[in-house]
Ligand binder design. Structure first.
Ligand SMILES: NC(=O)C1=CN([C@@H]2O[C@H](COP(=O)(O)OP(=O)(O)OC[C@H]3O[C@@H](n4cnc5c(N)ncnc54)[C@H](OP(=O)(O)O)[C@@H]3O)[C@@H](O)[C@H]2O)C=CC1
Ligand SMILES: N[C@@H](CC=O)C(=O)O
Length: 339
């Protein structure tokens, strides 16, 4: 049976997903909405795709899952906000059997959450996560040379589709805090959002801005401070990186001056680079690196999750039909095994 999709959000990611869905005849799009218009009937959907950055939409994830709707999301505010919301999502999936596709929320689909969960499923214990988790900040700090205004680069990153609808979510490190929370919680740790110390790239003027126009005008207030920090790092033969860390000593997100041979400094462009420390990878961490922002790779990750849900639910259906048909034989086999 083909999944019936409701897509919320037709911005950079939503549009890239629509282009991919256009090419597929095996998936039915039954509802599309943004803040300005709605098409089709949400009630007809069997899977909701959240391509918004809306807290109000993320607050509905657990409810939809509880009603048996699958949810696939690029929006990090489901699992990367309050602990209670993450717990409600977990509980709703267990109760209803509905699936939550979150590959796009960290690393824009890089196999990060998947690898971490595979380690846990195999009995490994995750001890630490460290990495560059912001595609936009990786790009900005990699391209910045201390000469051109940092704010001009921010505008280029916005135009390229790397940044959040409100660029302060990236610049402040909040986007990375959400990703770190998603990773650490997937590792089985009930980390509260306020347990992550945060130090990003902001100014009081930028933080005080209330409209998109004010934010745009306040961006140059970043320039002098960033120039000073860049040159201070350069004088020590290092470069600035926005780094997230969680380990036994706590969780933090902040600008760090790393030398070029630092294991976390190896990426290019929008690359995310994440080291997973575990019982199995105690001596040297498992490192995963690759592009971590961009509308098209994010849309690809959303589609991957939809197809995984379709394939696994189809498999479960056919397994339960087979189990029903051969119930007697299975119980005899089990009896033999136990004996
Ligand atoms: N860009 C990237 O590289 C990545 C983005 N993401 C995540 O993807 C999500 C979308 O990002 P992006 O496409 O760049 O953002 P955009 O701002 O381009 O698009 C957001 C869309 O959401 C819509 N929207 C907002 N609130 C609602 C609502 N309540 N109901 C329905 N639609 C709503 C907006 O409507 P309207 O058009 O009317 O304003 C808009 O179409 C974000 O959560 C982001 O964190 C994740 C990984 C990578
Ligand atoms: N704004 C985000 C996009 C992906 O999540 C980033 O810069 O990494």
């Amino acid at each position: 049976m083909s999944l019936r999709i409701a897509l919320l959000g037709t911005g950079q990611v939503g549009r890239a997903l629509l282009a991919r869905l256009d090419a597929r005849t095996d998936l039915a799009l039954v509802h599309v909405a943004n803040t300005r218009w709605t098409q089709g009937a949400f009630e007809d959907a069997t899977v909701v795709i959240d391509a918004t950055a809306s807290d109000a939409v993320a607050a509905r994830h657990a409810d939809w899952l509880g009603r048996g709707l699958h949810v696939v999301t690029a929006n990090k505010l489901g699992q990367g906000a309050d602990l209670a919301r993450w717990q409600a999502i977990e509980a709703a999936c267990s109760a209803s059997g509905a699936r939550y596709g979150d590959s796009a929320t960290v690393g824009a689909g890089l196999p990060l959450l998947r690898s971490l969960r595979a380690l846990r499923d195999g009995g490994d214990a995750i001890h630490g996560v460290a990495g560059v988790l912001s595609g936009s900040l990786a790009w900005l700090l990699g391209a910045y040379d201390g000469e051109q205004p940092f704010s001009a680069l921010v505008r280029r990153a916005q135009a390229a589709g790397f940044m959040e609808p409100d660029p302060r979510v990236d610049l402040s490190g909040e986007d990375v805090r959400r990703k770190l929370l998603i990773l650490v919680r997937a590792a089985g740790i009930a980390l509260e959002a306020n347990e992550v110390a945060l130090e990003g790239v902001t100014t009081p003027r930028l933080l005080a801005a209330t409209t998109p126009g004010d934010i745009e005008h306040a961006l140059p207030s970043l320039d002098a401070g960033m120039r000073d920090r860049f040159h201070a790092a350069q004088a020590r033969n290092t470069r600035l990186h926005l780094v997230a860390r969680w380990d036994a000593s706590g969780a933090r997100v902040g600008l760090e001056a790393l030398s070029n041979d630092d294991p976390l400094a190896g990426g290019q462009g929008t690359d995310n680079r994440v080291a997973l420390h575990s019982a199995r990878y105690a001596l040297r961490p498992l490192v995963i690196q690759g592009p971590g922002a961009g509308a098209d790779i994010t849309a690809a990750a959303l589609l991957d999750d939809v197809l995984t849900i379709r394939n696994t639910t189809a498999l479960q259906r056919s397994a339960s039909i087979r189990a029903g048909a051969s119930e007697k034989k299975l119980s005899i086999d089990c009896g033999r095994l136990i004996a």
